[in-house]
Design a protein around this ligand. Structure first.
Ligand SMILES: [Zn+2]
Length: 432
């Protein structure tokens, strides 16, 4: 490396010259006030008296919110359209038409009685990034696409259509709106018979970036403005069935019982201790239980409880499950019952791209913003796109760690910071 090169790298490391030959001072910035304004305007669609929104996918509020978003996409010169899966897709041409697009995206549908930030922050910031590029006449090498995916909350449906494709079973499933996914796609202006046209293969997308609120309290508590997401955790569910013997609760002595619920209770307590017994950020929960026959005066004969484990590392989840299963079997033997495990859901973890993580951290550094690397415990559209493209995710703090609630809140300054990191990361990826 010659002297000039050395200095350039040194400056790059300090964050003053991270873009090839372009000082950061010359890089466009987003208009934070406009994002806040658009967030408030979008919050009118499906607005609830107690605050927040119910903008469930495929409802009238969802359709109207999407109309507003289409308008903002047009103002950002994104020339948007609705794809066959019902996603809103905008595009800004690049200098080199032979390159695959860089994609920014998120969603604007909400859970019932949700908040104004989950999905909306990333969607409106992606559009604002495109607008900042248009406003400063910045043309990227890569084409840029902004994707607002439909029905994220109902199972990342729109992004699944792009990454993996939707099967007949999924299309026939009845969504929260009461409509099937198939009818919902039609309702939004898509065409469920032409879904093949939206599928992208591995290599069709140069990179995908998503800005999102953390939905947990780690960043807020640590007072760190930018989270660099390591990946979206894998999720595994089991139905655990304990079979004992239902008998008269008055006449069966305490030492002659095969109480399925007592065994289940000991197992549930053990799950919590087992998950906490090893270092790391894995989580384990028993969130549902069914007791049969379910009467005051009958010893429970059969219990089915739902076990969930989440972690970024598949191997760790596997080992944890083996340990839990072994302990459950021991507890069951002691309680005179039998126990069996039926796996009911497996979602593989989706890791973010290490290069993208570095670009996000460098972009944050150039804005003097501290970063923290963390996993995402919630699912996101990025996990679907990760099946076909390198993905990166930026988190901003959720005040109090509250989400899927009318009390969900992220500060305007944090949103603006996140959007500027999104913009700078995009510019850095464009030069790779
Ligand atoms: Zn979301």
């Amino acid at each position: 490396m010659d002297r000039r090169d050395f200095h350039r790298r040194l400056l790059g490391a300090a964050g003053t010259l991270a873009l090839r030959g372009v000082p950061w001072q010359a890089v466009p910035r987003v208009d934070g006030a406009r994002i806040t304004q658009h967030l408030a305007a979008l919050g009118e669609f499906g607005k609830n008296p107690q605050g927040g929104v119910s903008r469930v996918a495929y409802t009238e509020a969802d359709r109207q919110g999407r109309e507003a978003v289409l308008g903002w996409m047009r103002e950002a010169d994104l020339n948007p359209s609705i794809d066959a899966a019902g996603n809103l897709v905008g595009r800004r041409p690049g200098r080199d038409a032979s390159l695959k697009p860089l994609v920014l995206g998120s969603h604007i549908d909400s859970v019932p009685e949700g908040g104004n930030y989950d999905g909306d922050v990333g969607s409106l910031s992606a559009i604002e990034v495109a607008r900042a590029l248009a406003g400063s006449n910045t043309q990227l090498r890569h084409p840029l696409e902004v994707m607002i995916f439909q029905n994220e909350e109902g199972g990342t449906i729109g992004s699944h259509a792009i990454g993996t494709g939707l099967g007949a079973t999924e299309l026939d499933r009845v969504s929260q709106s009461g409509k099937t996914i198939r009818d919902g796609i039609r309702f939004l202006g898509g065409d469920p018979d032409k879904l093949a046209s939206v599928r992208r293969a591995k290599g069709d997308i140069a990179g995908y970036l998503e800005l999102h609120i953390e939905q947990g309290g780690v960043l807020d508590e640590a007072k760190i403005p930018i989270g660099v997401v390591l990946g979206i955790v894998g999720i595994r569910h089991w139905d655990v069935t304990v079979v004992g013997f239902a008998n008269h609760a008055g006449t069966t002595p305490m030492n002659r019982r095969h109480d399925a619920l007592l065994v289940a209770a000991r197992c549930i307590d053990m799950v919590n201790r087992q998950v906490r017994s090893i270092p790391g950020r894995q989580v384990g929960t028993v969130g549902r239980i069914r007791v049969e026959p379910g009467a005051y005066n009958v010893i429970p004969g059969r219990v089915v409880f739902g076990l969930e484990l989440r972690d970024l590392e598949e191997a760790k989840t596997r080992e944890l499950f083996q340990a839990i299963r072994g302990e459950c079997e021991r507890i069951s033997r002691e309680g005179g019952t039998t126990i069996s495990f039926q796996e009911s859901l497996t979602i593989a973890p989706a890791l973010t791209d290490p290069g993208m993580r570095r670009s996000i951290a460098a972009a944050a550094r150039s804005l003097n913003l501290k970063t923290l690397a963390l996993p995402s415990g919630a699912g996101h559209d990025a996990q679907e796109i990760a099946r076909i493209a390198p993905v990166g995710m930026i988190f901003i703090p959720s005040v109090g760690g509250i989400s899927h609630s009318p009390k969900e809140f992220s500060r305007p300054q944090d949103i603006e910071n996140g959007a500027n990191v999104l913009l700078r990361t995009l510019l850095a990826l464009d030069q790779r």
